[in-house]
Design a binder for this molecule. Structure first.
Ligand code: UD1
Ligand code: UDP
Length: 376
């Protein structure tokens, strides 16, 4: 029996690992699935666990208010090591580029346990952007044995990093699996937004490199857009990071038709995404979901590791320049032809079968890799 431990800790990792965990469970008794959550995020992780019905076998409960990167990294490294020693899985799966993913991969390597990297190969090639994620994902590269790349571009980046062809797998992004599962099977919740006759702009913003001035400029742009378009409502589920929440409250708390709300669960959020007119976001996952639902995304970043949407003309990098955000959003809100060009539904990041590909590959490959390691 193949014992696979999935380690994740934040909201986006949980959403993107949920289809993999479901597929691993479906393959029982051939596969024994063990779930270890670091709870790098607490409330936002629990929302996802609830939506997808995942009950972790190990919950490290590591989140602390306003945690620093070194503190969190040390805790993840130490605590996942303890669980790995106890559970001795044949392979560890990590996802993306968070502190949890990077430190758990390192812990597995120290225990000589092979690592599979889900969503491998995303790069901006700028070490500080996004910070610290660009370096986190690059560090997982040489540790991982199995690289599950979402797109051809990610495959090319991994090849350029010297990953052997045999260890590279084009799977698509599991976020599409998650999105299809939720939008296809769960009853849409009743949401009070937007009011009848109004259009909805959905906003998310949380990146570390946007804290302070850049985020203030984004908020200022939203205030101006709200004043200019009386038929538009803005819904912004605010990330609970104190650096974000306090700034959002201060800048937008009293702005008409701007709704600052707590993080939505995945069902409610994807429902609003499907209903909205356009999305303003610095999120990675939302850049992948918006084109799948045919929603134009104005990306509040200067660079992206997901250029496929920009190249397809359905996402636009607007950075955090106030004038640029106001100009591009105004165009989409007032020019029907410009809006139509950007609101094409496109499958750029996957076909919804990434999780089954990943599990199939693990079943085929892990036994060989473990034998090679034991012989070494
Ligand atoms: C983390 C990831 C980032 C990812 C983001 C998704 C790292 C370095 N960063 O950033 O890649 O895009 O998650 O949202 O791994 N908090 C709560 N409740 C929660 C979650 C967070 O109160 O459910 C607050 C806590 O005060 C916590 C702080 O937010 O200390 C920061 O959380 P952390 O995971 O360190 O950073 P994020 O900015 O969320
Ligand atoms: N999301 C959610 N509720 C919200 C906001 C976002 O469920 O209120 C989902 C969104 O659909 C996407 C993921 O969270 O799948 C993105 O997470 P986040 O923006 O926190 O992280 P990133 O993708 O930037 O790493």
């Amino acid at each position: 029996m193949l014992k696979v431990m999935s380690v994740f800790g934040t909201r986006p990792e949980a959403i993107k690992m949920a289809p993999v965990v479901a597929e691993l469970q479906r393959r029982g008794p051939q596969v024994h699935s063990v779930v270890c959550v670091t709870a790098q995020h607490r409330e936002m992780l629990d929302q996802v666990l609830g939506v997808f019905g995942i009950q972790p076998d190990h919950d490290l409960d590591l989140m602390r208010p306003n945690q620093s990167l070194p503190e969190l990294t040390s805790r993840v490294l130490l605590e996942t090591t303890r669980v790995l020693r106890e559970a001795r899985p044949d392979v560890v799966l990590v996802q993306g580029d968070t502190t949890t993913a990077m430190a758990a991969a390192l812990a597995a390597f120290y225990e000589r346990i092979p690592v599979g990297h889900v969503e491998a190969g995303l790069r901006t090639n700028d070490r500080y952007y996004p910070f610290p994620e660009e370096i986190n994902r690059r560090l997982i590269g040489p540790i991982a044995t199995f690289h599950f790349a979402p797109t051809e571009r990610a495959m090319a980046a991994l090849r350029a990093n010297g990953v052997p062809e045999d260890d590279l797998f084009l799977t698509g992004n599991t976020v599409v699996d998650a999105l299809q599962r939720i939008t296809g099977s769960v009853q849409a919740p009743v949401m009070p937004y937007p009011a009848p006759g109004r259009r909805l702009v959905l906003v998310t913003a949380h990146r570390r490199e946007n804290f302070g001035e850049p985020m203030a400029r984004v908020f200022s742009a939203i205030r101006r857009l709200s004043a200019a378009f009386a038929d538009v409502e803005f819904v912004y589920p605010v990330h609970p990071n104190p650096n974000v929440a306090a700034a959002a409250r201060e800048a937008l708390g009293a702005t008409e038709r701007v709704h600052l709300i707590p993080p939505l669960d995945y069902v409610a959020f994807t429902h609003l995404l499907a209903k909205c007119h356009l999305v303003l976001t610095d999120s990675g996952g939302v850049q992948e979901e918006a084109p799948a639902l045919g929603k134009p995304a104005l990306v509040l970043r200067n660079e992206t590791e997901r250029p496929e949407g920009v190249e397809a003309g359905v996402a636009l990098l607007v950075g955090t320049d106030e004038e640029r955000i106001v100009a591009e959003a105004s165009l989409l809100l007032s020019d029907g032809e410009a809006y139509r060009r950007m609101s094409q539904s496109r499958s750029l990041y996957g076909d919804g079968n990434a999780a089954s590909r990943i599990v199939e590959i693990l079943i085929e490959r892990v036994a060989t890799v473990s034998q090679e390691r034991d012989a070494a």
